[in-house]
Design a binder for this molecule. Structure first.
Ligand SMILES: Nc1ncnc2c1ncn2[C@@H]1O[C@H](COP(=O)(O)OP(=O)(O)OP(=O)(O)O)[C@@H](O)[C@H]1O
Ligand SMILES: [Mg+2]
Length: 279
């Protein structure tokens, strides 16, 4: 841990989803006998087509919605929205436009009664430094690029020092170059802080680049299609890792699995459609 980061890294916690079922009030079933787990400090990517239940899963994990049966727990204790072990990074940065980057990061810390205002600012600044934005601390969100705004949003979540980080397509709105650079940044920060991460994405390359393990979901309520352990060396970098033959093998394997998921869902949606005959 460098001198410039005097905070204690959060302890990583295990996340367990045990045999849950969940339907929306209109009867739409999203999960049925669904289970998954993440080991302390593991980086898990969840890959699945639109509508398979990725956001619903994060809402259940964070305790904003309750499963009709089964349990979700962090280190064997049930999740609740107010549990401080959980940090949530959304697809859109959702910053307050009238607050500086520093005050946006400090916002969540205001609820932390044991810190004085000066301590809150110092902690917010440390996390802005961690995401490489110390020099932009006084800028308003509209004076920052999309990638910088997402860094502020990440710093705001990290400043609360969660031990489990839930990320819902956090870089989906960024261009490919910014996204690759944020992927590298995410791994640098994760190597320093070591939380358990559940990272949701549509992007196969992003999943392979980041994760220890990729979980592929079926169309709802199909649950888990399959899992793939990613044994690429760490630290990973855009220039080196994305060129490795093993990276391309993992990517091709996941492309095949996703197309299998799509074909299966197409067959379920159109059971009477005959395959086209070729001459
Ligand atoms: N409030 C709701 N009421 C009823 N059905 C819902 C509700 N919210 C989502 N759904 C349905 O539940 C399923 C899962 O939705 P969810 O938003 O979790 O998908 P997703 O995998 O995150 O999709 P995307 O990749 O497009 O973000 C979808 O079929 C969706 O239409
Ligand atoms: Mg979603």
């Amino acid at each position: 841990m460098p001198e410039s980061l005097p905070y204690a890294p959060p302890q990583a916690d295990a996340l367990t989803v045990n045999d849950i079922s969940f339907s929306y009030p209109n009867g739409h079933r999203v999960f049925s006998a669904f289970s998954l787990n993440a080991k302390p400090g593991e980086f898990v990517a969840i890959l699945g087509p639109s509508g398979c239940g990725k956001t619903t899963l994060l809402n259940l994990l964070s305790g904003f919605q309750q499963p009709q049966s089964g349990q979700i727990s962090i280190n064997q204790t049930a999740v609740r929205p107010e549990r401080s072990e959980l940090g949530y990074v959304f697809q859109a940065p959702q910053l307050f436009p009238w607050l500086s980057a520093l005050e946006n990061v400090r916002f969540g810390l205001r609820m932390t009664a044991q810190l004085s205002e000066d301590q809150q600012r110092a902690q917010a600044l440390q996390y802005l430094r961690l995401v490489g934005l110390e020099s932009a601390a006084q800028r308003l969100p509209h004076q920052l690029s999309g990638g910088m705004q997402q860094r502020v949003s990440l710093a705001r979540t990290l400043a609360l020092e969660p031990s489990v980080l839930l990320m819902d397509e956090p870089f989906a709105a960024l261009d490919a170059i910014s996204r690759n650079s944020m992927n590298e940044e995410t791994l640098r920060i994760w190597a320093e802080l070591g939380q358990t991460v559940l990272f949701i994405t549509h992007d196969i390359d992003e999943a392979v680049f980041l994760a220890d393990r990729v979980i592929v979901l079926n169309i709802a309520p199909g649950g888990i299609h399959s899992e793939l352990d990613i044994h690429l060396p760490r630290p990973r970098s855009n220039l080196k890792t994305r060129r490795l033959p093993a990276f391309l093998d993992y990517r091709n394997e996941l492309m095949e699995r996703i197309s299998h998921v799509m074909e299966t869902s197409e067959a379920i949606a159109n059971p009477t459609r005959q395959p086209e005959l070729t001459a």
